[in-house]
Design a protein around this ligand. Structure first.
Ligand code: ZN
Length: 292
């Protein structure tokens, strides 16, 4: 690290990434790169015409579209908190950039004090370990919901889950078991630190959580409750192919969009257009995303 970087005050990085202050929290939205999802996963119910048009608006082609991965790095006092660890080398070649991007702003992975997992899908927890199995964030304490832990670490997962989830389960077990000795299981209503509370948003996975940060109005770090700021806002009745509890996910997504529009709730979405920070406005019977 250069002497100049060492002189920067705590929480201030040399950064080209989007930064914002919310209440007592200084947030830098890091990027883990992007993932590509096929149209039939992103919008299984869309007509061929809707699918082609929407994939095009997302910058994709006939088959699929790239989605950003926005990882919040949050400073409050002596804590430096990551929400999710990105994909590491465990998902797609276009993601797994978090470590390099932290390095590029002078943030030492060893200085991360806490990591909160919204859920244990490979694009959210796959960056927990390096390829040799050691922890990328060796000094952090880790947090995941009790329900997420029980779902993925079920020793009988092969009998309990559809085959399509088996590889996800093996990945989740790899990541969660790697931090087992440093892991705290949380439930909705718990605080990670003062002003940062766990909100239950199950559906995408059975133990999916979001984080509410107190400030002038709340900021909700939403994870994958609302997968995309175009598809999910404009079509709140569409299912998402990667939701484990499909109907619960749909109901929770719709009610969160509704609440966010009513309360002018500021949100940060993991796969929304970078930096993924903004508000929900009503638009006819659906919604539109307003950056801010
Ligand atoms: Zn995701």
């Amino acid at each position: 690290m250069s002497p100049e970087r060492e002189m920067l005050p705590p929480g201030v990085f040399s950064t080209g990434f989007h930064t914002l202050r919310h209440g007592q929290f200084d947030i830098t939205v890091m990027s883990d790169g992007y993932i590509t999802l096929p149209g039939e996963i992103l919008m299984p119910e869309a007509s061929q015409q809707e699918r082609v048009a929407t994939l095009g608006r997302l910058g994709g082609d006939m088959e699929g579209a790239p989605l950003q991965t926005n990882v919040p790095l949050i400073r409050r006092g002596t804590d430096l908190i990551l929400v999710d660890t990105g994909a590491g080398s465990n998902f797609q070649p276009s993601d797994g950039r978090l470590g390099a991007n932290l390095h590029s702003i002078g943030a030492d992975p060893a200085s991360i004090t806490k990591v909160v997992f919204t859920h244990a899908h490979p694009d959210h927890s796959g960056g927990t370990t390096k390829p040799d199995g050691s922890l990328l964030f060796p000094n952090a304490y880790y947090y995941v919901s009790e329900a997420e832990w029980s779902f993925w670490t079920d020793p009988d997962y092969e009998a309990a889950m559809p085959k399509a989830l088996h590889e996800f389960a093996r990945g989740a077990q790899r990541d969660l078991f790697a931090v087992k000795d440093r892991l705290t299981l949380v439930k909705p209503g718990d605080e990670i630190i003062s002003g940062m509370s766990v909100v239950g948003t199950r559906g995408h996975t059975p133990g999916h959580i979001s984080l509410e940060l107190a400030g002038d109005g709340n900021l909700l770090i939403a994870g994958d409750v609302i997968p995309n700021n175009i598809v999910s806002f404009e079509n709140p009745t569409w299912h998402f192919g990667f939701d484990t509890e499909s109907e619960i996910a749909l109901a929770n997504r719709k009610s969160l969009l509704d609440k966010a529009a009513n309360e002018k709730l500021r949100m940060l979405g993991y796969h929304w257009s970078y930096p993924g920070v903004g508000y929900v406005d009503r638009y006819g019977s659906a919604y539109k995303f307003v950056e801010g």
